[in-house]
Write a protein that binds this ligand. Sequence first.
Ligand code: WT7
Length: 667
Amino acid sequence: MSDAHSGAIESSLQEQRVFPPPPEFARTALVKSTEEYRQLYKRSIDDPGAFWGEMAGGLHWFKKWDTVLDWKPPYAKWFVGGKLNVSYNCLDLQIERGRGDKAAILWEGEPESGMPGSGGSVHRISFRQLKDQVCRLANGLKELGVKKGDRVTIYMPMVAEAAVAMLACARIGAAHSVIFGGFSSQAIADRVEDAQSDIIITADGGFRRGSIVPLKANVDEALKKTDRVKKIIVLERIGSAPGKDFKIDWVEGRDVWWHELVRNQSTDCPAEPMDAEDTLFVLYTSGSTGKPKGIQHTTGGYLLGVNITTRYVFDLKEDDVYWCTADIGWITGHSYVLYGPLSNGATTLMYEGAPNFPDFSRFWAMIERHRVSVFYTAPTAIRAFMRAGREFVDRHDLRSLRLLGTVGEPINPEAWMWYREVIGGGRCPIVDTWWQTETGMILITPLPGATPTKPGTATLPFFGVDAAIVDRTGKEMGPNQGGLLVIRKPWPAMLRGIFNDPDRYVKQYWTDVPGVYFTGDGARRDADGYFWIMGRVDDVINVSGHRLGTMEIESALVAHEAVAEAAVVGIPHEMKGQGIACFVTLEHGRKPTEALKKELITWVGKQIGSLAKPDQIRFTEALPKTRSGKIMRRLLKELATHGEVRGDTTTLEDFNVIAKLKEQDEG
Ligand code: WT7
C-alpha cells in the first residue's frame, strides 16, 4: 500500500475518533453541554439583537447604544449610537474591577541571560503599570500632533511596548496599522502610503533566532520610497541590551526616542469616547488580487467579538496564565494576544523570539517557567516540534497546561494527536479555531466544556455565526459534500471595509456567492454538522499560517530585471502547510542558471519579507495560457503538486508548454 493511501485510511479512522469534553470543563466552563450550546446557538441566530445586546453589557460604555444591529446587506453597523474606548476596557475597567496589581503582560525576551534555567529577561507589567505606560505614550503621541482619526503605523518586535503602542493609539482614537516585523522596507512603504499614515512607531531592532532584526534601518530604507512619514518614534531595544553596541542612523527633527518622548508625560490621559463604529485599526492582509488590503475593524463590535470568544473558547479563569504565540503583527496577535485577553482581565504572555531558540525546548521551558495554563499556537509550529522530537518536551513540567488551541491552517490529525498526547498529556481539550483577518474573531470552534472534538476539524460555529457550505449559486451542500464556506449573517467583529478601496469590499467578499460573505475557503460538513476546512480555493497561499497572494509574489518576481513573466502557485508542504512554487520566463538573453534561481529567491524575500521566499523556481520558455491570454494557474498547480496535469486542458492555447515543463520535471 502506498504511503498516501495508508495516510488517507489513518485519517479517516481518526476522523471517527471523538474526544468528549473533560469532566472538569463540563462542570466549570461557561457552556457545559452540547445541549446548552445548541440552545444558546439557536437563540443567537434567531434573535442576534437580544443575544449580542446582552453580551455587550459586560463591556464598559460611556454611552449605551441605541440599536444593536443595523444590517443593510452587505453593510452592518453594530451598537449604533454607543460610545466606548477599547483601552479603557482593557485597562481602567480592569483596575476598577480590582485587578490593578495583577499581571496584565508577562514578557520574555529572546536572548538568554546566561543564568542557568533563567531563559532571558522577563518583565511583569501590572494592569496599573500598563495603564500608566499607555497614558504616557498617548500623551506623547498627542504632543507630536496625532489626532483622533489619524493612522499610526507600528513596526515593532514582540516587546511589551508594541502592546503599549497599540493601546495608546486606541486611547486617543487614532487607528493603528501594525506591520509584521518580518516584512520588508517595500512592504512598509506600500502600507504607509495606502494607510496615509505620517507617523511610525518602531524600535532600533529586535531579536530573532539569535540575530538582530534591523527594524529602524528597514524603516529608514522604506522612507526613501515615500515622503509621507513625518515622525518616527524609536524604542531602544537593542542598544540597551548588555554587551551590545548597535548603531542606527538618526535623522534630527524626524526621529524621536520613545524614552525621551514619554519621560515628562503625565500618566493621566482620559480615554477618548469613541463611536462604536469608529475604526480601531487597519491591518493589511493578502488577497487574491493586487497588493495587500487594509482590513478595517471597528471599536464596539470588534471588541465585543474578541472579548466574548476569548472568554468562551479559552475558558479564561481569574488565575490563568494565557499564552498565544502569534506575533502582534497578525490578526491573531491583535485579537488574542492583546484585546481579547486584556479586556477579560487576563494575564497575557508575550515572547519576543523564535520557538527554536536556543533550541526546540524554548516554548516548553517557558510554559514551565510562567506556569502557562492556556496555550494557543499554529499547526506549523506543532509539526516543527513533532519533527524535532519529544525529548525537548519531556525535559519540562507542563502540568500547568489545561487547554490547548490551534489556528491558522488546517491541522492534520497526526499533529492534533501529538499535540493532545505529548503537550497536553492527554488531559487538555484542544480548540481548533477557524477564522480570518477579516472576521476579526473566532467563528468556528469547539467550546471546551460542550463540544466533543475530533482531530482535524474546527467543529461548530460560534454563537451568532451562520456558517454554511454552498455551491457557487449559494445552494447548500449535503453532508460531506465539499463546497464553499460562507457566512450568511453579520457578526460583531466582521470587517467593515477595505481602507481606501470601498468598492473592493463588496467585490471581494459579497459577490462570488450572491448575498453571503464568501470566506475564500473550501470545506465540508460531516454528518454531525462539523466543519472540515480544506483550505483556500482562491489565489491566496497559506504558508506556515501566513497569508500571501500569488499576485504579490508574481509582481515581486517581474520587478527583477531578468524576469519577463511569472506565475506563482501554492503546493503542499509537509512542514509549512503550503509552499510557494514559481514558474518564470526570462527576458531575452538571460540564462536560466542555478545562481539566478538563488538570486530570485533572495530577491522576493527582500521585496516582501522572508516568509515569501519561494520554495521552487522553475524556468520555462512560456507559461500555459488560455486563448484569451490568462495564465492557467490550475494546470501549473497540478504540475507542481503531482508532476502531471490531470485536469481539463481544452482551453489551453499551447500544449507544448506543459509538455516541456513536464520533461524538465522528469529530467
Ligand atoms: C485563513 C485566514 C485567523 C487567524 C490566522 C490566519 C486559514 C485559519 C484555520 C483553521 C483551517 C484555517 C483559512 C482562512 N485558517 N484558521 N483552524 N483551520 N484553516 O488568518 O491570515 O487571515 O488567514 O487561514 O484558510 O481563510 P489569515
